[in-house]
Design a protein around this ligand. Structure first.
Ligand code: IFM
Length: 424
């Protein structure tokens, strides 16, 4: 039996402002992309999917996909182009988009911070400075006030661990720092900011539904018998995700973090957002894909069962609804994506964890940070020159799942059965 039922799980698609909107906002990423050699194909977020000018037609495509939910991000630099100065036209643009989503019967899940900062904030130290937490709080207040009840589902911060790792420990993303201590500090500040935002939004909106989107991986020692790999795997898992999920969900800041003076242990989530892409095989201090395993265009290992393992683990540690806030893959030819979707959806639904929503990353091809336009994550393909959206088989498959509240035998035969993964 290949058929699977969504039962109570609802489908959505996810995006992020910097990756799809296009335009010249002064963000850390627009600045970074101007530096030679930082983005693989020398592109910048200025073009992206031009979503800013295509809201109406993109909402029509969302309707054609039949999704009930749309995860969208806000570009903070558009909303607050200078410290304490808010651009009402930009805010109105988002309000208009939310009204249109409402009219289309699609529920927005709004991400407040997704890797991008206003340039002015970056220039004054960004998330390395505790001061930024209060600046973020002010921005969140302004946004929640402006959106009224058009948005009640919120993601405070997207993947704080990836943001800190790439930008402050490995130095591949803005601001290009290479310091473990800085990375830890940034995670601590983002966790603190999440809790402040969680409380603020609840104070302002009785119906608020607030969580964070955590990038979670399954860590495994490359040599299961090797005590060094075992210890490194456990340490990397703690540093990359477990300590942060604990701080953000329960307000318990264990080492390497310091407990902030004004944060008490409590419950700081209404749902858990899980962004899942694959596992990490750990050998001594390194980690990456295993050998002889299925991989995507970027060489990332494909391991659907990992999603089920993580969802169960999170629910056990911090009970509550789970939203898969991102799951998807880079597959420029759409050769295995329908199989990837099927395998991950099946693993999630059969996990027994309370998975209430599943958002595919991404709605369309989009600007993939330092990979630029080359990595293709979209259900819909994108011709960047013409901005034409291309209806891939994956989009047809996803629309069929939405329409039938699950994968039918016919859909499996049509879109999934003949596909296979590539191996490393
Ligand atoms: O494109 C990113 C997204 O911004 C955050 N999660 C992972 C995706 C794929 O790399």
């Amino acid at each position: 039996m290949a058929a699977i039922s969504l039962a109570g799980c609802e489908l959505g698609v996810a995006t992020a402002a910097t990756q799809i909107e296009g335009g010249n906002a002064d963000t850390n990423w627009h600045r970074w992309a101007k530096l030679p050699g930082q983005v693989a194909d020398n592109t910048s977020p200025t073009r992206a999917a031009d979503h800013w000018n295509r809201v109406d037609s993109d909402i029509e495509l969302l309707q054609r996909l039949g999704v009930k939910h749309y995860r969208m991000g806000l570009e903070w630099a558009r909303i607050e182009p200078a410290p304490g100065v808010y651009d009402t036209a930009a805010i109105d643009h988002y309000v208009d988009e939310l009204k249109k989503l409402k009219a289309a019967g699609i529920k927005p899940l709004v991400t407040l911070h997704h890797f991008s900062n206003p340039g002015w904030l970056e220039s004054t130290g960004g998330w390395l400075k505790a001061h930024t937490i209060g600046v973020f709080e002010r921005y969140v207040h302004r946004v929640v006030e402006a959106f009224e009840d058009l948005a009640t589902d919120w993601i405070t911060v997207n993947e704080p661990n990836v943001y800190a790792l790439k930008g402050f420990i490995e130095g591949e993303w803005p601001p290009g720092r290479k310091s473990l201590a800085d990375g830890v500090k940034v995670m601590e500040h983002l966790a603190y900011a999440h809790i402040i935002a969680y409380k603020l939004i609840h104070d302002m909106q009785p119906a608020a539904n607030v969580g964070a989107a955590h990038h979670l991986r399954v860590f495994r020692p490359a040599q299961a018998w090797n005590p060094v790999d075992q210890a490194s795997s456990a340490a990397q898992e703690w540093l990359f995700q477990s300590a942060l999920v604990r701080a953000m969900s329960a307000g318990k800041f264990l080492p390497p973090f310091k407990q902030p003076k004004y944060i008490r242990p409590g419950r700081y989530y209404d749902f858990h957002g899980i962004n899942y892409y694959g596992p990490s095989e750990v050998h001594f201090l390194s980690n990456g894909a295993g050998k002889g395993v299925p991989v995507n265009d970027l060489g990332w290992e494909i391991y659907p069962q990992g999603l089920a393992e993580l969802a169960k683990r999170i629910h056990k540690a911090y009970p509550g609804p789970i939203y898969i806030t991102e799951n998807g893959t880079a597959d420029a030819n759409d050769s295995f994506r329908p199989l990837f979707i099927f395998d991950h959806l099946k693993a999630a639904l059969e996990s027994g964890a309370p998975i209430a929503r599943f958002y595919h990353w991404c709605f369309t091809d989009n600007w993939e940070w330092t990979e630029g336009e080359s990595a293709r994550f979209g259900l819909l393909g994108l011709d960047y020159d013409t901005q034409e959206r291309v209806w891939r088989d994956s989009a047809a498959f996803y629309a069929d799942i939405s329409a039938n509240n699950g994968v039918t035998e016919d859909a499996y035969t049509r879109w999934v059965a003949s596909r296979s993964y590539r191996y490393s």
